[in-house]
Ligand binder design. Sequence first.
Ligand SMILES: [Zn+2]
Length: 185
Amino acid sequence: MKTSIPDAFKNTVTEEEFKFCSRCEKPLFKQNEDDEEVVYMIEKCVIPGDIIYELALCLTCVEKAQNAMSEESKENMQQFMQNKVVETLENDGPINGLIDMIDPNEFKLSEIEGNYKRFNLMGYFRGGEFAEKFPVVCISEDIMAQLQEQLSKKTKEDLDDFMDFMNDIPPEFSELFDKRKPVFI
Ligand SMILES: [Zn+2]
């Protein structure tokens, strides 16, 4: 399969593209010529040189995750992100190396990795290409923690339920994972 998906967004275990949604197991690539191409998100939690977890979610599952959040949590999270984006723009670049929004055509993991100790990396794809209009987003663990503070207790519990499919997290990481859930923005 020939795609323009960078290695940073491939499945670390198979070293190939993610082929199925991690949650509903829907194929992410066309099965028949007439099928519509699925939009999906890939998220990884990265320590330079290592991956804590990684997942691919079809847009339907991303929307389900977003719907699992209360209106209030969603608003708080969006407001928080908006403020961070404004700060980033005003600073003409990544704020304290904490959030990067990168044009997919210019994305190179090696260029950003050194700015972070641990971060979440997100990208949206359609078939074997980056999906249009979605930047690649990197968020440091500090900002991730602050972002999660925007969520209500109820929303956190609902997201835990949603993430039940991820049961292959190594035990040494489970405590870590508990504090650093994927984000759906
Ligand atoms: Zn799915």
